[in-house]
Design a protein around this ligand. Structure first.
Ligand SMILES: [Zn+2]
Length: 185
């Protein structure tokens, strides 16, 4: 039930019963249709609303901007293996040269050598570095990533995520997103 973050779609931020986002990566957002359905199924409480309302001849309701699950769902400890999450682990930097442009993926052990598409074999690389390394092993290409790729925890991605917030965050979500950030002196 996740959707692209777009203000036009008036998505609802979904909090777990402990008032923390159900998921950070991707951010747990429901379409307004799903959010209203969950309200009527009594699965969530409405915490904040948009000004925008939906109405029919017999009914009117402001769209929820933040909802909270009534029963706690145990969060996943490890994040999904997605494009975004790999980039986030690597802080959106080519692991060979540090470039932030034209990012793609490199198989540390190339597929031609039996390398798998897994957290511990995929690194963020810019297109020129990716091309340069080609299907060579790291020592053959003399190209070594800045850090050995690993399977990050949600907490590790969360730490990096503070530096790369989603392109759109509704103001009513802010209280629930970075409340546990370290305070700057
Ligand atoms: Zn590069």
């Amino acid at each position: 039930m996740t959707i692209a973050v777009s203000p036009q779609s008036l998505p609802a931020l979904v909090l777990n019963a402990d008032y923390r986002p159900l998921s950070y990566y991707p951010l747990s957002l429901w379409s307004w249709q799903d959010a209203i359905k969950a309200v009527f199924l009594d699965r969530v409480n409405i915490i904040a609303e948009y000004d925008h309302a939906v109405s029919s001849p017999t009914f009117s309701m402001r769209l929820p901007s933040v909802v909270c699950l009534k029963s706690y769902v145990k969060p996943a400890r490890y994040p999904a293996f997605t494009r975004f999450n790999v980039f986030l682990r690597d802080k959106f930097e080519c692991q060979y040269c540090g470039s932030e442009d034209e990012l793609t993926f490199d198989h540390l052990i190339p597929r031609a050598h039996g390398g798998e598409t897994r957290w511990d074999n995929i690194v963020t690389a810019c297109a020129p570095c990716n091309l340069r390394k080609g299907s060579k092993l790291p020592h053959q290409a003399n190209m070594h990533p800045r850090q050995k790729p690993w399977h990050p925890t949600v907490q590790e991605l969360h730490n990096n995520g503070r530096f790369f917030p989603p392109n759109y965050l509704h103001e009513s979500w802010m209280d629930y997103l970075y409340w546990d950030s370290e305070l700057q002196p």
